[in-house]
Design a protein around this ligand. Structure first.
Ligand SMILES: Cc1cc2nc3c(=O)[nH]c(=O)nc-3n(C[C@H](O)[C@H](O)[C@H](O)COP(=O)(O)OP(=O)(O)OC[C@H]3O[C@@H](n4cnc5c(N)ncnc54)[C@H](O)[C@@H]3O)c2cc1C
Length: 307
């Protein structure tokens, strides 16, 4: 376990925003989990769990929480194959991977093993634990339906294993069924479908081309700011409300896709969460005034209030 004092959070996020936390705790082994409660007691404050920081909007200034970084399976670890099972539409291979594994690394492993399920997540940055927490997905795929079990740490129960009855998942939503102050996913078991040789690679290639043609994947963003309201595209609603390209300081809604908030690092002024939040407010009001629809945030906001 490594503990860092007052870490800067902006470099740990793809949007490059955020102030300093009380501390950062890096966890690399299950033994680290045994020492976690004591370490947190010594620091005090609230707790936040950080994956790849690709879905976060963190406030500026001094922040009253400790950031946990579960790095199980990070570096170059490979998923472990646990066995095979018969799924409703074919043979599946069940694997176990650390929550710290980078999603692109997991996806290249799936390509090499011709295992299907994650093709929609191509181009999605972040780590497996973040994909679980967001039930991340695109192009008809999402993370939760692939999950068979989760090894999770809660302050109430420590590290324990849950089956599918242990969580609730919906569109960009994931929570544990048991009440807990917070949770940190450590390892994930996934059932991936055996696919024809080359077909996973081909599907990912097609999805990546589609993604690159419509989203500012090379800019500093946190993906989609708002969830799509039932029956609508948030991007289209924002575009129709005139938000495409709208700017405050270094923060703007992408001229390519109105639902992507971009941090323009080359514009000469530093970007701030204050500007980002003001733009988000303006966008919400503009869409509501035009359509009566209240947009809900997809990005997770880490604020300085203890909540
Ligand atoms: C260019 C770009 C494209 C994107 N495209 C998509 C897309 O197509 N589909 C999509 O769904 N998302 C997309 N995203 C958003 C983002 O990449 C996903 O939501 C991703 O799964 C977040 O993972 P992360 O590890 O970065 O999580 P973080 O941003 O670090 O955290 C997000 C949330 O997950 C929680 N969390 C993280 N790790 C854990 C853990 N181990 N245990 C418990 N909670 C945890 C955090 O506390 C936070 O609430 C995109 C983002 C970018 C920048």
């Amino acid at each position: 376990m490594i503990i860092l004092d007052r870490p800067a959070l902006a470099p740990l996020t793809t949007l490059r925003l955020g102030g300093r936390a009380l501390a950062e705790i890096r966890l690399e082994s299950t033994e680290d989990c045994l020492r976690l409660s004591e370490a947190l007691k010594g620091i005090g404050g609230d707790v936040r769990v950080l994956g790849g920081g690709s879905n976060l909007l963190i406030h500026d200034g001094d922040l009253p929480f400790t950031v946990l970084r579960p790095l199980f399976g990070a570096a170059d670890a490979e998923p472990v194959i646990l066995g095979e099972e018969k799924g409703p539409d074919g043979e599946c291979v069940v694997i176990r991977a650390g929550a710290g594994m980078r999603v692109p690394h997991l996806l290249s492993w799936c390509v090499r093993h011709d295992l299907a399920g994650f093709e929609g997540l191509v181009g999605v940055p972040g780590r497996l634990g973040g994909a679980v927490a967001m039930n991340a997905g695109a192009y008809g795929c999402s993370t939760a339906p692939l999950m068979r079990a989760l090894e999770v740490f809660t302050p109430e129960k420590g590290l324990h294993r849950l089956g599918p009855e242990g969580w609730n998942a919906a569109y960009r939503h994931f929570s544990l069924a048991e009440p807990c102050a917070w949770h940190m996913s450590a390892f994930v078991e996934l059932a991936l479908k055996k696919a024809a040789p080359g077909s996973v690679r081909a599907a990912m290639k097609e999805n990546l081309l589609r993604k690159k043609s419509g989203q500012p994947v090379h800019e500093h963003t946190a993906g989609c700011v708002f969830k799509n309201p039932e029956g609508h595209s948030a991007g289209r609603l924002l575009d129709e409300a005139g938000m495409k390209g709208k700017r405050r300081g270094a923060m703007l809604f992408s001229p390519m896709h109105a639902n992507f908030l971009v941090h323009d690092m080359k514009c000469g002024v530093p970007g701030t969460a204050t500007d980002a939040l003001a733009l988000i407010d303006e966008a919400r009001r503009a869409v509501f005034d035009r359509t009566g629809i209240t947009l809900e945030l997809e990005v997770k906001e880490w604020s300085s209030c203890p909540c």
